[in-house]
Design a protein around this ligand. Structure first.
Ligand code: ISE
Length: 347
């Protein structure tokens, strides 16, 4: 793609499940300066539903088939995490800017292979979909912490609650698919890496599917000692809630109470609550994808990079060990290659 794209960015979307389908609609109806030309999805019904939402888009059997048409400027990857590495290597080989949903890869070895391939090019091409950095309240909290107005950040209490898990969701995904959001957000808010992880398992919720011991408490410690406790509770049955209470030296700040209108009726007070991430974070996803499309047309990546994806994957490796053993595990990182700017404050 030329460094400056003047017409619409022509996007291939890989994966048309919940998130991919959502991105196709977003790119078609809410993002300016971009349009979907190809949808790559093995499930024919999903592919048909996605292209029906995007006039002019076609379903393709594979990414190489889509790229062979020579009409793709950029790629959005929204397939399951274990398939990301293979897809990203194809995108990098073709020199295409790519927005990859989290996790970049489920483990840090895969993330390193992607970094190695990316560094063969002239500049970073991949942005990782850590969309919480684009949520208005997360940004306000980030601004409060970085301003220093309320003193240093000391601790974070995070709750991450889903209604229920989809088929195929296994215990490791509590870390690699769900808490990976907090893993990035905590490092971003604290402005420094997570250095150690512990996982505590309270009494098991009998409603959880077989094989899932949950909820769990994931304790993340950062380089200067900020401690974040994350309640991961993915079969809570209560709705979709992501909240953070931040303890600073001279303030406590609370974000994520996003419920809708309150009604008083039949002797009860009822407040609507989100039930899924696509509505809870819709505005954040819209802002993320618009900003990505704008930056891509200017020939830059201005959001979380492969380095942030690698760093989150390294914490996931430690967290999986902590989850399996009950021990506190230190996180091991390679040094940041000069190719990647520090993006703790990016987005
Ligand atoms: C899902 O993949 C997401 O990214 C959601 O934000 C998260 O809440 C959920 O637990 C994940 O499975």
């Amino acid at each position: 793609m030329p460094d400056h794209v003047h017409d619409d960015l022509r996007v291939a979307v890989v994966g048309a499940g919940i998130m991919g389908g959502d991105h196709v609609r977003r790119l078609t109806h809410r993002v300016s300066g971009a349009r979907v030309v190809s949808v790559v999805e093995p499930d024919a019904d999903r592919a048909a539903r996605a292209v029906a939402d995007a006039p002019g888009a076609r379903a393709r059997g594979s990414l190489p088939e889509a790229l062979a048409r020579d009409d793709v400027d950029a790629v959005v990857v929204a397939s399951p995490g274990p398939f990301h590495e293979e897809t990203l290597l194809v995108c990098l080989e073709a020199g295409l800017p790519t927005l990859c949903e989290k996790p970049l890869t489920p483990d840090s070895h895969g993330a390193r292979r992607v970094m190695d391939a990316e560094q063969k090019g002239a500049r970073p091409l991949i942005q990782v979909g850590f969309m919480r950095r684009y949520d208005a309240e997360y940004r306000e909290l980030h601004a409060l912490v970085t301003s220093g107005d309320a003193g240093a950040l000391l601790a974070l209490h995070c709750a991450h609650r889903n209604c229920s898990t989809p088929p195929g969701y296994v215990e490791s995904m509590m870390i690699t698919d769900s808490v990976v959001h907090e893993i990035d957000a905590v490092a971003w808010l604290a402005g420094e890496p997570v250095t150690a992880v512990e996982v505590k398992k309270p009494r098991r919720n009998g409603r959880a599917p077989q094989g899932l011991h949950e909820p769990q408490l994931v304790l993340l410690t950062t380089a200067s000692g900020v401690l974040a406790d994350v309640e991961i509770n993915v079969n809570s049955g209560i709705g979709y809630q992501v909240t953070t209470d931040a303890v600073l030296e001279s303030a406590v700040a609370s974000i994520g109470r996003t419920a809708g209108i309150t009604q008083w009726r039949d002797g009860r007070m009822v407040t609507a609550e989100h039930t899924t991430y696509t509505t809870r974070f819709q505005a954040a996803y819209d802002a993320e994808v618009q900003q990505w499309a704008d930056a891509t047309r200017r020939g830059v990546v201005d959001g979380p990079t492969t380095w942030d994806g690698y760093r989150a994957a390294a914490v996931c490796v430690a967290a999986l060990e902590a989850q399996a053993t009950g021990r506190r595990v230190e996180v091991e990182y390679i040094d940041r290659p000069a190719f990647y700017a520090a993006t703790d404050g990016a987005a």
